[in-house]
Design a protein. Structure first.
Ligand code: FES
Ligand code: FES
Length: 158
């Protein structure tokens, strides 16, 4: 199959230029090529949300996006928020017990960020819908939902 392609895009506001196979997955580019290991890989097939990043502000599974789809997009990973000071959503996850494991939390935080950037006052159903792409296989969602509700309160004070 054909050779590499050149793609230019931004990650956490930093320009990136790479020569990559067109079908190299964004998750591998982030973790292996760029050293951004905060984004996790679990199922690898778009089912769990461990790999969620924001692409042009939209919740996106990095295991499903290929190199050829990256030209001129803007990506935000968990490393791109809370620089110098915790993002209120990260603060809320810590304080309310939503930070249950390192696998699901980065994706959960980014899903909540995307949700609250569009809607600062979501209903509980809208919160559940916003987190519907993020799977916790172990602990349950009580702490996570408390964290989302506390995030809303912290953001109101900003
Ligand atoms: S690793 Fe991408 S959705 Fe599970
Ligand atoms: S998968 Fe992370 S807390 Fe369940």
């Amino acid at each position: 199959m054909g050779g590499n392609i050149k793609v230019q895009f931004k990650v956490n506001n930093q320009p990136v230029s790479l020569n990559i196979p067109p079908l190299r997955r964004l998750i591998d580019i982030l973790r292996e090529d760029l050293g951004l290991t905060g984004t996790k890989i679990s199922c690898g097939i778009g089912r769990c949300g461990a790999c969620i990043v924001l692409v042009n502000g939209q919740i996106t599974n990095a295991c499903l996006l290929m190199g050829y789809q990256l030209h001129e997009v803007e990506i935000v990973t968990i490393e791109g928020i809370g620089i110098g000071k915790l993002d209120p959503i990260q603060q809320a996850f810590i304080e309310e017990g939503g930070f249950q494991c390192g696998y699901c939390t980065p994706g959960m935080v980014l899903s909540v960020k995307a949700l609250l950037e569009k809607n600062r006052n979501p209903t509980q159903d809208q919160i559940l819908e916003g987190l519907s792409g993020n799977l916790c296989r172990c602990t349950g969602y009580g702490g996570i939902l408390r964290a989302v509700n506390y995030s809303i309160k912290l953001l109101e004070k900003e």
